[in-house]
Design a protein around this ligand. Structure first.
Ligand code: ADP
Ligand code: MG
Length: 704
């Protein structure tokens, strides 16, 4: 009975009636359709309701997509080579309508015949006050149409090239229709447990495929989409869950069984504040992992300022209590140095050795650190990515913490495995640049903790948008904050493409600030990426020590920098920054008990999206809301760190629109795996088989 290798759906698309080698080549190139299955899963993005035909007279400014039926009265190519277009006129009993094509002109000209009656479908636009449709779909009205097989006709994504070769939306619909007549229910067997299908009231797969292409009614279409979206999300989550289980089962982890002197002493004597409930909860979750005998792979999300650093420190003390080394990795040299300083400060009265390793630690100093590390003299190594370079050897690395690096992906984690016989525990910390739905799909194989509470007494940051001409008032405001002992940041954009100009603006801005705030009453630090490390560090330190009141900088201070006395964040040319960047930058203030302010400065002309971003920033401080908005404005493919993630290859589901469905699918997938991690019960057989076909092997052997 085993037919899986000659399953009809794996047949090359060229063997489908009506395709052939030449069209097959086009389908591959233009749409990535190689097999029957690919064609089946090439879903229409819209359907045309064939029963509705609008009289031309009724077309008005509010008309959007429209179908008319009329006789072609004229059709001619006009313009020269460069601006060649095809202009046609169609008429019904109520009026005339202009149709126009700019591409594929000759081919379309040839295919149309004046005098013939056509069904015309397209989007109405206005040109010189006259309604017209550009690039409409044209179908000759013939008797055959009367018994059109469905009420709603599918429209597929196509390209001009395909249209020109007779593979436009209509023709694709014909192919899909042919395909559906030759496949049977057994070719698309159920892949979900029967009880789930029943509980969610899902329609059978064959019906779903059939109805998503050729629905008998809008309701039938909705049912089909519901089924296929759920299946898509469920299967993706199931695969992630299996990776997780696999790792839990086969990866050994070092056991940090005891809470020792270091942790306890620090906790009772040196902790500078009471931990928030959320911080305590997260530490508990991590301690559970440490005791489990499995390697921890945990993502810790917490909005800017929620206090992730202290959580990392406590975890590293636990490692040290159990005789293991840790490392803390930061994305920038500035942040690494800051962590080194603040950890050294917090631990100054304790017997814990901390080392700093970054790209700019050189020669003798570097040698000493490397050898101390090998000898186990260093308990905690703080640094940039330099920490996981090949020549860095630990005596017994037990825990690696990656700060503000949602891009600390699988490859980097794999590097850590080479640092110890048993892989170290991994904690990836990030403020919230990604919404939860994305985190679930892109990082779904990690365990997940969240700090969803800010330390007490934080006053919300007040954010305003000001135009450049209000600069004098902004400067007055900075002056008044400084006179009450506070400090201010002024940030300039630095974009790779316009780097030279941006640097000029930065230096000009610095000179300007000096004119507004002259020495010796005021001092200004400037920090940017082109400075030598020691110059930059001196400038940072002077600001930290309050020797300077203003810091002019690029986004090198975007993440992590923690100077609670600073209460004003001015962002110049704020329209040039993305939302998550703005939120991170704003997070540099509001870190102490004083009320803080963020001022977004822009020129007078703003695009629509920039306006939306500024509006969002002014209206909320909530990182999750901002991340959602970011996703909405840019789309998931653009969100940092997820671009290469295959996890986002969703054909139907939309992470924004289908949030609820995704949550459902995830919960159900993980519940199922809790009960039956090997998918060995008969109930789950069909799902297991489906995964086996999908990956070519048993579900878990290939995916990680
Ligand atoms: P982030 O999550 O952005 O990395 P940090 O760890 O830098 O946040 O913490 C932000 C600021 O809040 C720091 O100045 C830190 O000392 C302080 N902080 C952290 N936890 C608490 C707490 N429970 N109570 C009061 N202040 C805290
Ligand atoms: Mg931080």
């Amino acid at each position: 009975m085993s037919k899986r290798n000659d399953n009809i759906l794996s047949s090359p698309v060229e063997y489908l009636k009506g395709v052939g080698p030449q069209r097959a080549e086009l389908l591959k190139k233009e749409l990535g359709i190689f097999t029957f299955k690919d064609l089946l899963e090439h879903f229409p993005y819209r359907h045309i309701d064939k029963t509705v035909i609008t009289p031309i007279r009724d077309i008005g400014p509010d008309t959007d997509w429209v179908q008319v039926s009329g006789r072609l009265k004229s059709c001619e190519v006009i313009g020269d080579k460069r601006a060649k277009r095809l202009v046609a006129e169609i008429a019904d009993a109520t009026g005339n309508l202009e149709l126009v094509w700019f591409q594929g002109v000759n081919w379309i000209h040839k295919s149309l015949s004046v005098g013939q009656v056509y069904l015309v479908y397209g989007k109405v636009s206005y040109f010189n006050g006259e309604a017209q449709i550009s690039h409409p779909e044209m179908e000759p009205v013939s008797p055959e149409l009367k018994d059109a097989r469905s009420f709603l006709e599918p429209v597929y994504p196509s390209t001009e090239k395909l249209k020109a070769r007779g593979l436009g939306g209509r023709q694709q619909a014909k192919l899909t229709h042919t395909l559906l007549t030759i496949i049977r229910e057994t070719d698309v067997p159920e892949n979900l447990p029967a009880s789930m299908v029943k509980m969610l009231k899902l329609i059978p797969r064959y019906n779903a495929f059939s109805s998503i292409h050729f629905p008998a009614s809008p309701a039938a279409y909705d049912e089909a989409v519901k089924r296929l979206k759920f299946e898509e999300l469920f299967i993706a989550q199931l695969r992630m869950g299996l990776v997780k289980i696999q790792r839990h089962r086969f990866s050994k982890g070092m056991v940090f069984g005891q809470v020792g002197d270091l942790f306890n002493t620090f906790y009772s004597n040196y902790l500078p504040f009471e931990l928030t409930g959320a911080q305590k909860k997260v530490i508990k979750e991590i301690r559970k992992d440490f005791g489990s005998g499995r390697q921890m792979n945990r993502l810790l999300q917490g909005d800017v300022g929620s206090g992730k650093t202290i959580v990392a420190l406590l975890c590293m003390l636990l490692a040290a209590d159990n005789g293991f080394q840790s490392c803390l990795m930061a994305p920038t040299e500035i942040l690494a140095r800051q962590h080194f300083q603040s950890l050294s400060n917090l631990l100054r009265d304790m017997h814990v050795n901390i080392g700093l390793l970054t790209g700019s630690v050189k020669n003798a100093e570097r040698k000493k650190i490397l050898s101390d590390l090998r000898d186990g003299e260093i308990d905690i190594l703080v640094g940039t990515h330099a920490v996981i370079e090949d020549n860095v050897e630990f005596k017994n690395l037990g825990l690696a913490v990656a700060d503000e690096q949602h891009r600390f992906g699988v490859a980097q984690r794999a590097k850590l495995w080479t640092k110890a016989v048993i892989p170290p525990h991994v904690l990836v910390m990030t403020a919230t640049p990604i919404p939860r739905t994305l985190a679930m799909t892109a990082y779904g194989d990690l365990d997940y903790s969240i700090i969803d509470e800010l330390p007490p007494n934080r006053k919300p940051i007040q954010t305003v948008h000001r135009y450049d001409h209000s600069r004098p008032q902004v400067m007055d405001f900075i002056r008044s904050e400084i006179s009450s002992g506070r400090q201010a940041y002024v940030i300039f954009p630095l974009i790779e493409e316009s780097e030279k100009l941006d640097y000029e603006n930065l230096f000009k801005g610095y000179e300007n600030m000096k004119a507004w705030f002259p020495e010796p009453k005021y001092y200004i630090s400037m920090v940017h990426g082109k400075q030598a490390n020691d110059v930059r560090e001196t400038n940072m330190q002077r600001f930290r020590d309050k020797d300077t009141q203003i810091m002019v900088a690029t986004t090198v201070i975007e993440v992590g920098v923690d100077i609670p006395n600073a209460t004003v964040m001015v962002i110049e040319s704020a329209e040039k920054f993305g939302l998550s960047q703005l939120h991170q930058l704003r997070g540099r203030v509001g870190r102490g008990a004083e009320k803080s302010f963020c001022i977004l400065l822009t020129g007078p002309k703003l695009g629509k999206e920039a306006r939306e971003r500024l509006k969002t920033m002014v209206s909320t401080n909530d990182g999750f809301k901002i991340a959602e908005k970011d996703l909405e404005l840019r789309g998931p493919g653009e969100i940092e760190g997820t671009r290469q993630s295959g996890a986002l290859n969703l054909k139907l589901a939309d992470l924004l629109q289908d949030k609820q469905l995704l949550e459902n699918a995830r919960n159900l997938a993980f519940d199922l795996l809790d009960k039956d991690p090997d998918l060995s019960s008969p109930e789950n057989y069909s799902t297991k088989e489906y995964l086996r076909l999908l990956t070519g092997k048993t579900p878990w052997s290939k995916i990680s």
